[in-house]
Design a protein around this ligand. Structure first.
Ligand SMILES: [Zn+2]
Length: 188
């Protein structure tokens, strides 16, 4: 796995990884843990893989997190909080990418883009049909992330009509979205 920037250690499994592969956590003055997805909040941070096994370990052994943050902290609901934060970032990423032309939707347009190889990732609505998805993925073998929202919500989010699937283009505007989708897949 290629990390970007400095190497950090996961507080749960102790593995070392690039900052981009881990999620930063900080402690609020109230003693609650805060998910610092952009890794910009001040203060001492702890790092964790955005995956079930690591998050569950920190929740069940809050001492690990307290040690990393050097302060007593409540890890209750940590996995839920990380999941919510990543999901909110995915939704932001969708809006950003859509506004900047980083997404392609619509039956014919998406098929053409898949055939031409300009689509680097595919996302789909929760109620997209198996058959539709299979036929799309056959056109261009690409990373696919199913999203927990339906066709109407997905279309709404990107300012279009109903969308069963969307292709992500390899442009700067979709970088944030792709990073959050990777985290979402890691989380499972
Ligand atoms: Zn870990």
């Amino acid at each position: 796995m290629s990390g970007r920037g400095p190497i950090r250690q996961c507080a749960a499994c102790r593995e070392r990884a690039g900052r981009g592969e881990l999620i930063r956590l900080v402690c609020a003055p109230s003693g609650a843990v805060v998910v610092d997805l952009r890794a910009r909040l001040p203060g001492r941070g702890a790092w964790v893989h955005p995956r079930h096994s690591c998050l569950e370990r920190l929740e069940s052994k809050p001492g690990l997190l307290a040690r990393a943050l050097r302060t007593p902290v409540s890890a209750e609901g940590l996995e839920r909080a990380v999941r919510d934060a990543i999901w909110a970032a995915v939704l932001d990423g969708l809006s950003l990418a859509a506004a900047a032309g980083g997404l392609i939707g619509g039956h014919d347009a998406l098929r053409d883009a898949l055939r031409s190889g300009t689509v680097v990732e595919l996302i789909s609505a929760s109620d997209a049909s198996e058959r539709t998805l299979r036929s799309l993925l056959e056109l261009g073998g690409t990373t696919h992330t199913p999203l927990p929202i339906d066709r109407a919500s997905l279309g709404n989010r990107v300012g279009g009509g109903t969308r069963a699937a969307l292709g992500i283009l390899d442009v700067q505007a979709s970088t944030h979205l792709r990073r959050q989708l990777q985290r979402l897949r890691q989380l499972g």
